[in-house]
Design a protein around this ligand. Sequence first.
Ligand code: ZN
Length: 87
Amino acid sequence: MVSEETSKLELSLKCPVCGSNLQLIENSTYVILGCPHCKVYTRMTKKHIYRSYINYEGNYVNLKWTELIKELYVRIANRSHRESSET
Ligand SMILES: [Zn+2]
């Protein structure tokens, strides 16, 4: 029934608008950060993540999680600001 694998994780990171916990959603193409209450979501393709947030150091692959989450969080904050001026 499920066509593609999706995993969802509730973070302790709070929504800048309503203060509820943000969700991190991952499927085969995207990593999505959003608030289920405000319906504000931002997504990033995994391709972009692989390109920008992964360091290859010899045999080690290092994913820069904090930078990735920070960038997504900034986008959420910007989007929720913009929402008040839209419609
Ligand atoms: Zn919210």
